[in-house]
Ligand binder design. Sequence first.
Ligand SMILES: [Zn+2]
Length: 106
Amino acid sequence: MAFADRLVAVRRSHGLTQEELASKLYVTRQAVSRWERGEVTPGIDMMKLVAAVTGEPLSHLLEMPEHYCESCGMYLTPADLGTDADGEKNDHYCKWCYDGGHYTYE
Ligand SMILES: [Zn+2]
């Protein structure tokens, strides 16, 4: 899914209009509208701001997710993701730090 589609989904899931999101970001509604139509992709700083004001993880907004393990800081690829107790991938930690719902160093 492209950033434009993600942005629309995130904005709607937070019940925000384009105008409301724009005012939180200190940009014009037209800017938000252009992002959502995919005419313009905002820079990483703006994406971080979108993540901050919506509470959405930045990785959910990015087309190419960039995950870094929050424990050791290594770059995470899908194959390196740790797992929760239920076997679901956990996109905060690598499998060497977090496995099966436990921190491996505990
Ligand atoms: Zn790690």
